[in-house]
Write a protein that binds this ligand. Sequence first.
Ligand SMILES: Cc1ncc(COP(=O)(O)O)c(C=O)c1O
Length: 453
Amino acid sequence: MEETRVYLSQKEMPRAWYNIQPDLPKPLPPPLNPGTGQPIGPEALAPIFPMGLIEQEVSQQRWINIPEEVLSIYGLWRPTPLCRAKRLEEALKTPARIYYKNESVSPAGSHKPNTAVPQAYYNKKEGVKRLTTETGAGQWGSALSFGCNLFGMECQVYMVKVSFHQKPYRRMLMETWGGKVTPSPSSQTEAGRNILAQDPDSPGSLGIAISEAVEDAAKREDTKYSLGSVLNHVLLHQTIVGLETKAQLQKIGVKPDILIGCVGGGSNFAGFCFPFFPEKAAGKAIRFIAVEPTACPTLTKGLYRYDFGDTAQTTPLLKMHTLGHNFIPPGIHAGGLRYHGAAPLLCLLAEEKLMEAVAYPQNPCFEAALLFARTEGIVPAPETSHAIRAAIDEAVRCRKNKEEKVIVFNFSGHGHFDMASYDAFLSGKLVDYEYPEEKIKESLKDLPAIGAK
Ligand SMILES: Cc1ncc(COP(=O)(O)O)c(C=O)c1O
């Protein structure tokens, strides 16, 4: 039998996260105060984030030690396996080698606990009793409920309404770990009430759910807010994925040509690719390919501008690719990819042409997911299916060009709670939303003037 799985022992697990900031080709444009247009200092973030995370947000230190308590919880599922998708390769008749890093083996079923655990840890250390957050697909809400539970903290999750109804079992999972789940927009916050007054049937969006979670946290002394993607410290925590992948590839003497990940806010893609960035910057030919839905094509169609992270305009302005903070993407099944912006660190690399981005409609992604499930066995999350689509397309290109490339993608999560979306696909009911050009044009009109060149 040919070996198809590469393991690291727990002793070999990385002890520090990799911070890309000192290695960037130019400094990251700072977050701005929307009122003054001036860069905000760490103190502006203090009402909603603990200092431990704010320090990481702005740190220029290349390596940041992972606390012992976090390592011991990571040990519940890490290191995760790197697997060769041999049967998928055979089905595609490709000379390429396809590997995937399996982040679906975490308790919550995705990469999200990699940051949920340290976020809960740093909050707990500073005496915070309760965290609020948003969730799209429910993966992030589950991860934070899991993390908070381990540190004896409360967790309030605002879940995008369309996903709340599509994925009742995700809600139940969050409640199993002690989380409290509210469909967003809700009447629990002013931001939610405003949206409901304009559109009582709003399907919700990550932007709206963020507004609700931030407002809730700002109103209570014992509460802080936690974000599952986009921010620098979140991407930092996710680098455990890429660092392990690098060590695993080294173990078998394999050099990657193409790294692929799906992008919602950008955390799994960045965590997977960033540890390979120093080699890429030094001239090694490694392609980074980000994959997003055509229904929410942030990196491929968005403008690189300062914008709010949320719909109610409560966050600082971030320089990123954006479709406009008012853009509400169609209710595709990859709920975790329905975000109007993306991580500033990722957007800077995209702007500098140090990575590529592609967009796919959901049906071709589900086709790829089905082929993966029928060859490799694991049922992918709808978000992950985007990365698989791109990996398959690259492998087919290798077949046509007779190239033996090494393609590695991040298997960000399983789809065990997404079976309703597979049902819709299998019964031919899944709708493809092409790029909603008019809606995006309309929403881009509302971009703040600050920072526009
Ligand atoms: C399985 C899975 N993959 C990917 C994503 C996208 O998020 P990010 O771009 O931050 O990794 C999500 C978000 O919920 C997810 O649940």
